[in-house]
Design a protein. Structure first.
Length: 348
């Protein structure tokens, strides 16, 4: 497999990074980066992470330079809040011949308010970047892609079949990603609309929180279906405002990922919403979740972007009020039920 090289790097040893590592290990050797020496030692000695067996073709390291020097293809899988910091550490080791396909579903915020609190930051398009934009800003890499789609880590680790999308402006990136990741039970689609794939993968997380809230308060599939449908519409409105086409949102990276994330207890965002619907506070949930629910941060950014673009997106508005301001869930549901939507579908 000369185009890829003998070894592919994965930066980030969380549940999804480990799942991606196992997928890659069917085709290539994998170098898994973590900044935690104890985790690296445990992976290399036990070949396990998160209680799941890892392929013996996976080796962990704490050395970013080793990843860059041994791997032409690198897949960063770290939370959006730490993505730029990671790229600032990895970037100096990268060269234009490297290919990066990230698997992070969220946004980077350029500015940090003096308080350090997300709620104190005013968001515009100028201080929001997708992860592919961060890669281009912080390195000499040119060929960039993103991995998006219904990729629940626990199901991938169990070997269940699924599909994903690699978005990139470069056909070569899509082709190399397909060769590295594709195999029985894991189909890899390609799309040249990278911004659409990134935005779909990010925005669906906040709708998944809303879906979890509905299940948490005991509502059934009818209301859940309405929220997912109207949420998808709002994802498309936001995407179009930011330069994407509706196509990405209607495919595997959009509605496919949305359905999976918004209906599964294996989804961190759905679980966050479910616990909120059961009466826990945001602080209580975040203090006890082992991994970040990206949708919380995305929800704040999306609400601010909607104001920036002057968009009417009532589902996002109500989710924001419930999550960040403690607005009563029954009143939020009543607001959405009675909202005067003009037509059902108006984005095609």
């Amino acid at each position: 497999m000369p185009e890829i090289g003998k070894t592919v790097g994965v930066v980030g040893a969380g549940s999804f990074g480990s799942a991606i590592g196992n997928l890659l290990a069917r085709n290539v050797d994998v170098l898994l980066y973590s900044r935690q020496p104890e985790l690296v030692e445990a992976v290399n000695s036990s070949h396990q992470n998160f209680g799941v067996a890892l392929s013996h073709r996976i080796r962990a390291t704490t050395d970013m330079n080793e990843v860059a020097s041994q791997c032409r293809l690198i897949i960063p899988v770290v939370p959006s809040i730490g993505f730029r910091d990671m790229m600032q550490r990895l970037g100096p080791h990268l060269r234009p011949y490297h290919i990066l396909i990230h698997a992070t579903k969220g946004f980077d915020l350029h500015d940090t308010p003096p308080s350090g609190k997300l709620e104190d930051l005013i968001v515009t398009r100028e201080n929001v970047s997708t992860m592919s934009e961060v890669i281009l800003q912080e390195s000499s890499v040119v060929r960039v892609g993103c991995l998006s789609g219904p990729n629940l880590a626990s199901e991938i680790m169990e070997g269940q079949p699924t599909a994903t999308v690699i978005g990139s402006r470069f056909d070569e990136v899509i082709r190399i990603g397909q060769k590295a990741l594709g195999g029985p039970g894991f189909h890899v689609f390609g799309s040249n609309d990278i911004i659409g794939a990134e935005l779909a993968g990010a925005f669906k997380n906040m709708i998944a929180i809303g879906s979890g809230i509905l299940r948490g308060v005991g509502l059934g599939k009818n209301m859940q279906a309405m929220l997912i449908t109207r949420g998808l519409t709002e994802m498309i409105y936001l995407g179009k405002a930011m330069g994407a086409t509706p196509r990405a949102f209607l495919g595997t990276a959009g509605i496919g990922d949305l359905v999976a994330t918004a209906t599964s207890k294996n989804s961190r965002n759905f679980t966050f919403g479910f616990r909120l619907g059961q009466g826990e506070t945001r602080a209580e949930i975040e203090a006890t979740m082992p991994e970040l629910a990206e949708g919380v941060r995305t929800l704040y950014i999306a609400r601010q972007l909607a104001a920036y673009y002057k968009l009417r997106i009532p589902v996002t508005k109500m989710l924001f009020e419930v999550v960040f301001n403690g607005f009563e869930i029954p009143k939020a549901i009543e607001y959405l039920i009675n909202y005067p939507y003009d037509v059902d579908v108006d984005f095609l």
